[in-house]
Each structure stands twice: as structure tokens, then as C-alpha cells.
Design a protein around this ligand. Structure first.
Ligand SMILES: Cc1cc2nc3c(=O)[nH]c(=O)nc-3n(C[C@H](O)[C@H](O)[C@H](O)COP(=O)(O)O)c2cc1C
Length: 193
């Protein structure tokens, strides 16, 4: 794999920077990664924590920051591939996805639960979508669900193994053996990547 293609944009390296919430992967990091030739990811988890009214109006502060962090990233990398990590477990999941689409996300990656409604939430936009899965079973469940309900599949699939830092539900036993059968969980469209 030499690079990734998202829509008509191409990375220089096959690298996606993981979303890291609560102020770690914001616009500056994502924009810089995109400028350097990877895919930059802004995490929306408590993204608005620097806003003055965050304690009183948390949901609104997060909404504003979803937009402003993308603007920041775009100033650094106008043409790079920049997306969001939006955890399904967030209370404001649907509104974060809509705000991310509005901000011009190239890609939305969603884990910490199965993003069953993600295709409907991005419908009509060019934003690409990716579920994060940590077991073979969860990959099959979400891809079959999207196929049945929305007649579409994922643009790419993020596989989290047991050694990844973050939000895992997998054990070594249930881990997808990617070195042996990577294509079994990939759809035709995601295999283009
Ligand atoms: C500090 C920190 C914050 C993270 N925040 C998120 C997050 O908001 N959403 C998410 O889906 N994953 C989150 N993750 C998981 C990362 O995106 C990534 O999937 C994980 O760290 C695996 O990559 P690694 O093996 O290179 O660490 C976080 C990880 C770290 C270390």
C-alpha cells in the first residue's frame, strides 16, 4: 500500500492519524498530518473545552469547535485529507456528525459502539465513512446492517487490534487475524483503499 485515496484526494503516505479526544487531536495536529501527506483526524470528544462557555453550554461549545477546528486545519492544509473521529458513545453523536459534514469533513471514523445510523446522518454529502471494529463479528454485523438498511458499504474499515491504545472490546482470541485473511471483512469499495 503506497497511499490512500479518499474521493478525488490522494495521500502521499498510507497513514491515518488516530483521533485522540479531549484536546489531543485538534485542528493543528490534523492539519499538519494532512499537510505532510497523511490523513489528519480531529476528535470531537469534548472538542469545545477551550470555549469560554464550555461549562454552561457544553453542547453548543462543542458544535462551534467542530467548525473552528476544521477551519484551523484547513488553513494549514487547504487540500489535504482531513476528517473527524466521532465516538458513537457520545451523547451528542448525531449532531456532531452533522456538524462535521457541514464543516466539510472528507471522512468520518466512528467507533466506541457500532455506528448504525452513520450512513443516514451523512446522506447527501461527499463525506466518506468508516466504522472502527475490533472483532470479525462486529465488522460483519455493521457492514451487513448498512448493506441491508442503506444499500451501501463502508468506504474503509478501521481494525483495532488488542495492542492498540484506546477503546477496545477485543481479546486476542476474537482479534481479526489481519495477516491471514484481510479481505474477508472488507467490502469491494473498502478494498480499493
Ligand atoms: C490519548 C488518547 C485519546 C484517544 N481518544 C480517542 C477518541 O476520542 N476516539 C477514538 O475512537 N479513539 C481514541 N483513541 C484511540 C486512538 O485513536 C487509536 O485508535 C489508538 O490509540 C490505536 O492506535 P495506536 O496503537 O497507534 O495507539 C485515543 C487514544 C489515545 C492514546
Amino acid at each position: 500500500m503506497k497511499n490512500f485515496k479518499i474521493g478525488d484526494k490522494l495521500t502521499r503516505f498510507p497513514l491515518i492519524q488516530g483521533g485522540m479526544g479531549v484536546g489531543i487531536s485538534l485542528g493543528r495536529l490534523a492539519g499538519t498530518v494532512a499537510k505532510e501527506g497523511g490523513i489528519g483526524i480531529i476528535s470531537t470528544a469534548q472538542i469545545g473545552y477551550k470555549e469560554k462557555d464550555f461549562d454552561q453550554n457544553t453542547a453548543e461549545a462543542n458544535q462551534r469547535a467542530i467548525l473552528s477546528e476544521m477551519k484551523k486545519a484547513r488553513r494549514i492544509s487547504p487540500d489535504g485529507i482531513i476528517g473527524y473521529n466521532i465516538m458513537v458513545a457520545l451523547k451528542e453523536y448525531a449532531s456532531h456528525v452533522k456538524a462535521a459534514v457541514h464543516a466539510g469533513a472528507d471522512l468520518i471514523i466512528s467507533g466506541a459502539g457500532l455506528p448504525t445510523e452513520l450512513p443516514a446522518l451523512i446522506s447527501g454529502s461527499k463525506t466518506k465513512i468508516a466504522p472502527i471494529v475490533s472483532t470479525d463479528k462486529s465488522a460483519k454485523v455493521i457492514l451487513k446492517y448498512w448493506e441491508r438498511k442503506y444499500k451501501r458499504t463502508a468506504d474503509l474499515v478501521v481494525i483495532e487490534g488488542p495492542q492498540a491504545g484506546g477503546h477496545l472490546a477485543s481479546t486476542r482470541k476474537s482479534w481479526i487475524p489481519i495477516h491471514r485473511k484481510p479481505m474477508t471483512m472488507r467490502s469491494e469499495r473498502s478494498s480499493r483503499l
